[in-house]
Write a protein that binds this ligand. Sequence first.
Ligand code: PAF
Length: 283
Amino acid sequence: MKIVKTITEMQELVQSYKQDGKSVGFVPTMGYLHEGHLSLMNKARSENDILVVSIFVNPLQFGPNEDFDRYPRDFDRDEALAKNASVDIIFYPDVKEMYPKEMAMTIHVQQGIDVLCGRSRPGHFDGVATVVLKLFNIVMPTNVYFGMKDAQQVAVITQLIENFNLPINLVPCDTLREEDGLAKSSRNVYLSSEERKQASAIYQSLQKSIERIKTGERNPLVIREFITSYLTDYTDGMIDYAEILSYPELKEIEHLNGNIIIAIALKFEKARLIDNVTLTVES
Ligand code: PAF
């Protein structure tokens, strides 16, 4: 496994792989790797000749009061995990390498950011889209892997690829779940044992919503109402949002039709949990 710290070396390496007709799979991360990242790497490993993982904590996607300096970093641990996952290259630039001078322009995401988690993080997705575009131009991947747990990020990157005609295939990867359906998250450890039992209601409410849609319900307000009462009845959590939107545009809809997302954020005492499902509805 190679550790590459400069953009020039990364581009030269990838160009030589491409000349040899090899496919390049890419998993962009901010490091501090966990089970979710490892499952993306395993999928990417099985589908590509070369596997590149980037580790870069991107200052552009943190707001002024967010935790850029405190964001957890442990390169030695990440390196061991990546080696174990048969990664070929870790692209590990520093901030000076990625942003040698003030950027004269950045990407401004105009759609799908005033909903879900984007509503409370102004500018976050501009920073994500900007760094991801840079990373795509540096790693030039054939296939790129993102987890659907962060569906809003997947939606933004899907639109980035489409809007700028990037020759890259995005592979959305299923959310990893516990046996009772709770989405795996490092935040689950902050749940009390009672909250942990209740938390499976999030996925249950999503599954029951799908059943209702399958049996003919097409009014998003009815589904929203159902989720709200289900979570109120079965948990002590506070609902941050329960939204039904078009996907990947993330626009409000009056009638369920086409590709949609049902997304929930529920706040327990020490943990805010998110989950979602995407589906295609025939009118
Ligand atoms: O999901 C992340 O870890 C980051 O938002 C990403 C895609 C690596 C961009 O910095």
